[in-house]
Every structure is written in C-alpha cells, then in structure tokens.
Design a protein around this ligand. Structure first.
Ligand SMILES: Cc1cc2nc3c(=O)[nH]c(=O)nc-3n(C[C@H](O)[C@H](O)[C@H](O)COP(=O)(O)OP(=O)(O)OC[C@H]3O[C@@H](n4cnc5c(N)ncnc54)[C@H](O)[C@@H]3O)c2cc1C
Length: 458
C-alpha cells in the first residue's frame, strides 16, 4: 500500500512536477494523506513513458513498457490501491531466445544472465567449448574488483562470452545500455551475487530459491491503464492535475517554494533529471549543475502485425529474443507480444514489438521509414522468414533511458548534499528505471514532502 502519512487535511500544499508514473504515485500518496497537491505535466497527457493505444484491432497495445516486476511489492500494491487488482494479467510465456546466427534457448537457471546451472551451461550452444571452459574457472577468480562496472566484473569472472551472450544481452537490453558502462551497484541483484566467493554458486542458490508465482504483471488494458487509474484516483482524492504546463522555474521562497511563481510548501520534481536541471539553475545552481550531468539513451519500438497463418510453429509459446551486441545491427530485442500475452491473441495476426536503440546509438537522425525498414529487414533475417507487416506503428522514446554510469551512487550523494529542504526528487533518473522502482521513488518523495510540510523533516 502507498505510504500513509498522518497529516491534517488542509495543512499545506505540495506541487509535483511531471505526471509520469513516479509523479502520479507521489501525487496519489500526498492526496491519500489528505494534503492539497497540484501536478504540472508538460505534455498533453499523463503517464510519461507509460503509453498504451489501440493497434491492429486490439483495444490496448503498449507503446513502451509492457509489464512490471511482480516480485517486488510497489507496482502491484499501487495497482490494487487504484482498483486494478482484478485486472492484472501475467505473461503466458517467459521462455526467450538469444539470437547468435540463429535462435538459441536462453539457458535455464541464470540470474540476469549469470549462469547458475551447470548442466544448462554445458549444454547451451550459445557458448563455445572455450567460452564454457572459461566460465567454469569463475570460482577460482579473484573476487575483489574496485571498478563499479557490471561488464568488467562479468568478463573478469566468467569471460567474454558469458558477458556478451548472456549478461549484456539481457541487462543491456533492460537498461538500453552497454554494461561495461553500467554501475554494478545500481543492479542490486547482481551486486549481491558479486559479494559471494563464487557468483556461479550464488546464482545457483538464488535461482533455486526463486519463489513461484508470476514474475511480471500488467493491467489487461496495458501499462497506460496504471497511470490513468492512479491519476483518476489522485484526482478523486482532491489532486489537481494540469497537462500542457511545462514548468520553467522552481525556486525557494522563505520556508516554502515557488513553482513558476505559484507558492507551495514542498516540491516533488518527478521529471527526468535533465529536465529538472534548467528549472533549478537560477536559484539552486549547484543542484541544477549536478542534475544536468546524467546521460540517456534513445529507444524506438516498432510494432508490427503479421498474418498469424505465416507464424513459424517453432516460435509458438515463446516470448521473444535478445540480440547480443557482438552480432547487433539496429535491433536489440524482439517481444512476441501475442505469444507472450494471451489476451492480445486474436488468431488473425501476430504482434511483434521490435526494440531499437541503446546508449551511444542516437536514433533521432533516422526517419520513421528508415527505422521500420531496419526493424523488418533484420527481424526477417533473424527469424529466417519474410515478415510482411499488415500494420506498422512506430513509437519514439528519445532520451528515455537514463544511464547509470559507474560511480552513479556518488552522483546521488552529491545531489543529496545539494538538495535544499522541501524539495525532493523522484523518477527513473535516480535509483531504478523499472516501474516498481519509479513508484517507490515517488512514494518516498511524497513521504519526505509531507514530513517537510509537517515541520518534522530532519
Ligand atoms: C520503450 C520503453 C520500454 C520500457 N519497458 C519497461 C518495462 O517493460 N517494465 C518496466 O518496469 N519499465 C520499463 N521501462 C521503464 C519505465 O517505463 C520508465 O522508467 C518509467 O515509466 C519512468 O517513469 P517516470 O515517471 O520516472 O518518468 P517519465 O515517464 O519520463 O515521466 C516524467 C514526466 O515529466 C514530464 N516533464 C518533463 N519536463 C517537464 C517540465 N518542465 N514540466 C512538467 N513536466 C515535465 C514529462 O513530460 C513526463 O511525462 C521502459 C521504458 C521505455 C522508454
């Protein structure tokens, strides 16, 4: 359940900047606590990177995120709190491939790509005999590595192939990043494994201890429904949400703040750090400078509908595939949406969601036609079948994936030191890009804002 804070109704006012899921979760938590809250959103709709629209005869097909992790509580709890508890569905398939010259099964028993099952490691055709032999030396390798780089650690412990074909393929796709430049500390599950004498044994234990039940959930009407329901619930509790208002200035004013000249008691900045930087620059220059430092990556999702009769039978019941960087051109991953989500299947067409883009690969210079052509040509080659899309949709998400470089935690500490009282930060730029992490950050920011308004902030 969102954090409840005991605040007397009418006792103050909080302004939230940004109506992505982080800002909406913050506004919902503030409104539930009985305080007045205003949300300013620059675009014409709520949800930010959560966006679901009709496609190929379906009512609701996600244009970006299509699920949230169910094994941490935050998103499931918010979905239940805003009335979507009975509308949650889990993927019917989670068995993915990795494409290296052809499609290979992702080996069983891995934890974010870290091998934990000896038999599947030995059997997988994804790794060469040499790559497997190198991986098996992992328990003998020196444990200590002062560099905060996931890729560097994995190559040191397991060798190039496990890094390229498993860990970077999977984690690099989740974060749209090059894991050589990804902070290990910001992937807590793997940071925990790295502290064991053998990551292989720790992955084996972790995979064995994994609880049963769905790993992912989504509202049946897509992830946009979570944003819409959170906004509707917050509004019903008294929140005021204005769209089409790009905030340009946030400045301290006595014990409170001014947001584009409007007085408020506390502010939650739930827009990307780069967007927050110029708002703060005139009044809180040090914080503005720090927030402007973070890099991000562009991602594009090309969704295609193909004739179901042409769908290869060997791909039935499979959720999609990943493409390791060593063999990557434009496409980084493909989700077989109608195989993954039963409610999207109609027997007429199969839907594929094709991802392009990652850190260091700017996509804004390509036209829609170029991106669609790249997606269709490459996926046809990967699947060994000519894709003949009946319908195509392109969803561009420029600068959508913040990059957690090695040392990201130090950046967070500097921000914390530069942050004035009454101003809190939430969102994907900081401590996790997944929807549950964003919701948790919004709810934490709301709790801090409420504590400030109550005068009990430390
Ligand atoms: C293609 C794609 C696929 C993804 N897949 C998944 C997935 O399957 N599962 C998962 O858990 N996560 C996934 N993610 C990540 C997740 O969706 C995002 O990290 C999360 O939605 C970010 O939420 P947010 O509220 O922090 O930021 P945003 O969604 O970026 O919201 C910030 C809001 O601030 C607004 N804003 C910016 N500047 C201003 C301003 N000056 N004034 C007012 N408002 C402003 C923006 O318009 C925006 O609406 C995916 C992301 C993308 C792009």
């Amino acid at each position: 359940m969102p954090q409840q804070v005991d605040v007397t109704a009418g006792a103050g006012h909080v302004t939230v900047v940004g109506a992505g899921i982080s800002g909406l979760a913050a506004a919902h938590a503030v409104a539930r606590a009985g305080l007045a809250v205003t949300v300013h959103e620059a675009s014409g709709r709520v949800g930010g990177h959560l966006c679901t629209t009709p496609f190929a005869g379906r009512r609701a097909v996600d244009e970006s995120a299509d699920a949230f992790l169910a094994r941490v509580p935050d998103a499931t709890a918010l979905a239940r709190a805003v009335g979507l508890g009975d509308a949650l569905v889990a993927p019917s398939s989670s068995s993915a491939f990795v494409w290296v010259d052809e499609l290979h099964d992702l080996p069983r028993g891995t934890v974010l790509g870290i091998p934990g099952d000896l038999r599947s490691l030995l059997r997988t055709p994804l790794l060469t005999p040499r790559g497997k032999a190198r991986a098996l030396t992992e328990p003998l390798r020196r444990r200590h590595d002062p560099h905060d780089s996931l890729g560097r650690l994995v190559r040191h412990r397991f060798g190039f192939e496990v890094h390229d074909r498993l860990v970077d393929a999977l984690v690099g796709s989740i974060y749209a990043t090059d894991t050589n430049r990804l902070s290990l500390a910001m992937v807590p599950q793997l940071a925990a494994l790295s502290r064991s004498r053998s990551m292989f044994s720790a992955a084996h234990r972790a995979a064995g201890a994994a609880t049963t039940g769905p790993v992912f959930f989504s509202p049946v009407d897509g992830m946009g429904a979570l944003a819409d329901a959170t906004a509707a619930n917050a509004t019903a509790l008294g929140a005021r949400i204005t769209t089409g208002h790009a905030v340009s200035e946030v400045a301290p004013d006595g014990t409170g703040w001014r947001v584009d000249g409007e007085r408020t008691d506390a502010v939650v900045l739930a827009c990307p750090a780069r967007a927050a930087a110029p708002m703060l620059h005139p009044a809180v220059p040090e914080l503005g400078r720090e927030l402007g430092q973070i890099d991000s990556a562009d991602v594009v999702i090309v969704t295609v509908a193909v004739d179901a009769a042409t769908w290869p039978s060997r791909l039935r019941g499979r959720s999609g595939y990943l493409v390791p960087k060593s063999v990557q051109d434009g496409v980084t991953a493909v989700s077989f949406a109608t195989q993954k989500w039963e409610h999207l299947a109609d027997g007429e067409t199969e839907l594929l969601r094709i991802s392009l883009g990652r850190d260091g690969v700017p996509l804004t210079r390509f036209t829609d036609d170029e991106l669609v052509s790249t997606a269709v040509t490459e996926v046809s080659r990967h699947l060994g079948a000519d894709l003949a899309p009946r319908e195509v949709r392109i969803s561009r998400w420029p600068a959508s994936f913040p990059q957690y470089r090695p040392g990201h935690e130090h950046w967070l500490s500097r921000i914390e030191r530069a942050r004035p009282r009454g101003l809190t930060l939430a969102g994907a730029s900081y401590r996790g890009i997944g929807v549950p992490a964003c919701i948790a950050s919004g709810e934490r920011a709301a709790a801090a804002a409420l504590a400030h308004v109550r005068g009990s902030a430390p």
